[in-house]
Design a protein around this ligand. Structure first.
Ligand code: GDP
Ligand code: MG
Length: 441
């Protein structure tokens, strides 16, 4: 433990401005990370060029090495390019029915995303939605949307066999008006590859429905191909945003950067599973983390420094100095983990976390668990959070019920807290506040 931290602190020494060599050295690593994350090659080149130019000559912060500084610049730039820290939202500011048109290749997740967004609009925003499938190419495509509509309790346009997409769109508009729907979602047909017939159809549908949002649905596992798909659609229909699906899979997020580069449009949602509530606002920070990869202690320290709120850090440092670390502090840590891109990012970063992470992995924990743990701590009283020893069997049962989790999971939270407290005490022995100050920057 002390070796590890020692080597980190050794590297935390500043020196002047970034030289061209510093930047080029670091960029070689960045380039590999981008390619591994499946960012399309032309995008990698343009990104590297832009950031290289920006980075050369910048001051190196006192507390970091040139390499770290470059990584920080790259990270900031990635977040910025992916859309910044504020998630992009849907524009519903039009005369109802506001039309949302979904476009994309076959199998990209259009139909599923249509139903997910409709459900979200209904449940989170109290909107009355109508969905219509314009996919007359694929057998049973219209029925698929009807089934999803039932699952989501969102109305779908009745199917009339033999009707063409533009006519269905017109009928959907009419029906949405009659039902006083707030939002009309049009699920269009896809193709295996972009072709002229598809583009003509998209144009015609957009022509009759004047959509407020045209969302390009892209499978995040699409690697090098992402650029071509995005280009074709961008040239033909007025895209307003992107939905990236299958972010629950192995995707390293590269498609997100490619999409942003080519379309210039915000990524509005990330699909994270097959279920209808598996959709999230796109989180640029998190995806930037995914793209840059993990495992490098130094760059993680750098990210930690950026993510940890200064004040929180100071308060925490004071508590640690006194050998106190309560469940409120653990909760803060959990939230920071989420900010930094989940458990995956934390490999070996925090002292004590390596062990905790191994324990988590072996018990089958994933990022969702952070949310659960947060809920568990949230169900405790303030006194319990400050003094976990109060949590006897009866109280644990109450906390479990309150958070909708199992007593076993409550125990896991408490165990994690114990392990972290122990690690914190070790830090204190090693040099305490001064070292922590550098760690939290
Ligand atoms: P479409 O042809 O573009 O309409 O694609 P579909 O909506 O029919 O989706 C194709 C397949 O991908 C279906 O099996 C979906 O359940 C699945 N799918 C869609 N979005 C996601 C996602 O975000 N994550 C995962 N794991 N599967 C998804
Ligand atoms: Mg479909």
């Amino acid at each position: 433990l002390s070796d590890r931290l020692g080597s980190v602190f050794d590297k935390l020494k500043g020196r002047g401005a970034l030289s061209e060599q510093d930047v080029r050295d670091a960029m070689r690593e960045v380039r590999i990370a981008l390619l591994e994350a499946d960012v399309a090659l032309p995008v990698v080149r343009r990104f590297i060029d832009a950031v290289t130019e920006k980075a050369i000559g910048q001051d190196v912060l006192r507390s970091v090495t040139p390499g770290q500084q470059v990584v920080k610049i790259v990270n900031d730039e990635l977040i910025e390019m992916l859309g910044g820290e504020e998630p992009a939202t849907l524009n519903l500011d039009a005369k109802p029915p506001v039309v949302i048109m979904m476009v994309g290749l076959q199998g990209s997740g259009k139909t599923t995303s249509t139903a997910k967004i409709a459900k979200l609009l209904k449940e989170k925003h109290g909107k009355k939605a109508l969905m219509a499938s314009l996919d007359v190419n694929r057998p049973a495509a219209q029925e698929q949307l009807a089934v999803l509509g039932q699952q989501a309790s969102v109305a779908t346009l009745p199917i009339i066999a033999g009707q063409q997409p533009v006519d269905i769109a017109r009928r959907a508009m009419e029906s949405a008006r009659l039902q006083s729907a707030d939002v009309l979602l049009l699920d269009t047909a896809g193709r295996l590859h972009v072709d002229e017939a598809l583009m003509a159809e998209m144009k015609a549908v957009a022509g009759v429905s004047t959509p407020t949002e045209v969302l390009l649905v892209v499978d995040s596992l699409t690697g090098q191909d992402a650029v071509n798909v995005a280009k074709s659609f961008t040239d033909e229909v007025p895209l307003t945003g992107v939905v990236l699906t299958r972010m629950d899979g192995d995707a390293r997020g590269g498609a997100a950067l490619s999409m942003r580069f080519v379309t210039g449009k915000p990524i509005k949602f990330a699909g994270t599973g097959e279920k209808l509530d598996a959709i999230e606002a796109f989180d640029a920070k998190r995806v930037a983390g995914r793209i840059l990869g993990m495992g490098d202690v130094v760059s993680l320290v750098e990210k930690a420094a950026a993510a940890v709120n200064q004040e929180d850090a100071e308060a925490l440092a004071r508590k640690m100095a006194k050998g106190q670390f309560d469940l409120d502090d653990l909760r803060m840590q959990l939230r920071q983990m989420q900010n930094m891109g989940g458990l995956g990012m934390l490999a070996g970063m925090m002292p004590g976390m390596k062990k905790a992470k191994a324990a988590m992995a072996s018990s089958g924990m994933d990022d969702k668990v952070l949310v659960h743990m947060d809920a568990i701590i949230g169900s405790m009283t303030r006194k319990e959070r400050a003094n976990p020893a109060l949590l006897n069997a009866k109280r644990k049962k109450r906390v479990a019920a309150g958070s909708g989790r199992q007593v076993q999971e409550v125990n896991k939270v408490l165990k994690m807290h114990q392990e972290m407290s122990r690690a914190m005490k070790q830090i204190k022995k090693m040099g305490g506040l001064k070292g922590l100050g550098a760690l939290f920057g």
